[in-house]
Write a protein that binds this ligand. Structure first.
Ligand code: NAP
Length: 259
């Protein structure tokens, strides 16, 4: 199978790429920093793993279009897209809200839409999310909008933009948002998972979110309770779901989570 992993120069993305390549899959390792990504891909390819490097910054429409053009030119069909790239947030201010949502929500949406024509029918899309993105941290009005089974993509995009506006106007807690752009971005990602699962069901593409647990990476920090190998194994499980497997779900270690 051909698997594309975003944000794979370090952390969970790199380990996910390694585990998938060790299982014999052809891995397209992508990163926003070309020299770091090339070095990571070369290190994996050295013990003869089937890994190829491409640049991809999910916030940069030009970089996404360039990768889509390469896939088209090389007639590469992906079996799996792993949306792993992400950033954390400390505190809550307008700049942080814009940046985190741009990578973790709009970046994922942008990259997925552009790569979709290159994904095989019957393939898998994995959204690397977090239990930090539980709906319970939202006010009741937002919770009810986000959990509507027929939530549209436009309504979801607008809701995410309204969080940024509310932070800019310093009224986000009054309007029911948690004071954490990271949490908001991951709830948005979980909602996007359900929207995409619905949109892509005619193509039999499964779209699932996964929580890797609290993992010892640069983002998780050294005090986290899980190794990067354990966290990546949860992602790999979701990436390799077979025909007839679940779609629109949220999983950790293969077990369905509420959100
Ligand atoms: P990490 O070590 O900080 O790695 C994050 C990766 O995302 C890096 O490769 C980074 O690239 C990349 N990235 C950031 N912005 C990007 C962009 N605009 N375009 C492309 N790549 C970009 O974090 P991690 O722990 O491995 O996290 C991976 C995923 O797991 C994230 O989505 C995170 O939210 C999720 N997660 C992590 C934990 C945890 O405890 N670690 C728990 C739950 C969920 P650079 O090196 O260029 O910055």
């Amino acid at each position: 199978m051909v698997v594309l992993v975003t944000g794979a120069n370090r952390g969970l993305g790199l380990e996910t790429a390694r585990q998938l390549a060790r299982r014999g899959h052809h891995v397209l390792l992508t990163s926003r920093d070309e020299s770091e990504g090339r070095a990571a891909a070369a290190a994996l390819a050295a013990p003869k793993l089937d890994v190829q490097y491409h640049r991809l910054d999910v916030t940069d429409a030009g970089s996404i279009a360039a990768l889509a053009a390469i896939l088209a030119r090389e007639r590469t069909k992906l079996d799996v897209l792993v949306n792993n790239a992400g950033v954390g947030s400390r505190g809550c201010n307008p700049e942080m809200a814009r940046r985190v949502l741009d990578v973790n929500f709009f970046g994922v949406e942008r990259a997925t839409d552009a790569l979709l024509p290159h994904l095989r029918d019957g393939g898998n899309i994995v959204m690397v999310s977090s239990q930090m993105g539980e709906l319970s941290v939202f006010g009741p009005a937002l919770r009810s909008i986000l959990s509507q089974p027929d939530l549209t993509r436009d309504a979801l995009d607008e809701l995410m933009r309204s969080f940024i506006r509310d932070v800019e106007l310093n009224r986000h807690t009054k309007t029911g948002w948690p004071a954490s752009p990271y949490r908001v971005s991951k709830v948005g990602m979980n909602a996007l998972t359900r929207v995409l699962a619905r949109e892509l069901s005619p193509r039999h593409i499964r779209v699932n979110a996964v929580c890797p647990g609290w993992v010892r990476t640069d983002m998780g920090g050294p005090g986290a309770d899980r190794s990067v190998e354990q966290g990546a194994a949860a992602i790999v499980w979701t990436a390799l779901l077979a025909d007839g497997g679940p779609t629109g779900g949220f999983f950790r270690d293969g077990i369905a989570l509420p959100w």
